[in-house]
Design a protein around this ligand. Sequence first.
Ligand code: DGY
Length: 320
Amino acid sequence: MTSKPVLWLPRKVSDATIKRASASYDVILNEADTPGTRDEIIAMSARVDAMMPCHSEHFSAEVVARLDPRLKIIANHSVGVDHCDLDALRARGIVVTNTPDVLSDATAELAMLLMLGAARHAVTGDRLVRTGAWDSWSPAFMVGKQVTGARLGIVGMGRVGRAFAEKARGFDMEIHYFNRTPLSPELEQGAIYHETIESLLPVSDFLSLHCPATPETLDLMNAERFACLPDGAVLVNSARGALVDEAALLEAIETGKLAAAGLDCFKNEPGGNPAFAPHENIFMLPHIGSATTKTRDAMGFRALDNLDAFFAGKTPRDAL
Ligand code: DGY
């Protein structure tokens, strides 16, 4: 009997994923569920054939250079791969996969929550009721910005951007988008293409970011671009913290240029930006876009499908 490949799960993935993984692999699970450190990743690479990391494990060029040749595949339990130096991994011949598609709806759903929560003062409202400080009501009380029928700008019309557009259509939003290339009419579904972000911004009463973090998209929303938005716009970021210049965002909130923001990701994770905390018109969540039971199972299974294909001698479906 040939021995099973050894698989490291640095984070506690879903029970269904662990059960399925254990049938085909000798699983080493980090029960403590702490982010894999640089030293742990390097040491573990000599003990395993495969890893299933999340965005909390960083494979920088420096780490990749020190990986043991035993490690053959990194099957990410994430769609984003900005925690991996793909060039360095390719140069080492290590296969890298991700989990596209399966988390698009959950992430788009969360972006919708951010948009609605930011627009309708969810943080302040929750605080008032929760603390017993809600002691009046008037037509002028907690008046927010209506989502239904408003103009929505989407930066990045990949899978999540399109899933978000689909949900926004249910709110009769007028959808505009910027993407590297225009979509086909079937995928566009009436959304209006903009060749540049600069052209998209002035028509975005709500602006939602759905592009990956790359060197090109670092601080994509900077002071100049915030200035191009309509006064009182709302920013939604469920993609990556790296896309937003946080000092410029703070300034836009403080000057009232932005009415509100809904953020699920930050430059500093975990932790966030303490300067945002006093501003209740910044509705914040701790990077939980894909955190539903259904989606976490689907992510784990998709990562396992990639591993199974690899160890069967095939090219994994999501090889990058
Ligand atoms: C992803 O899959 O990229 C999500 O952000 C969770 O890591």
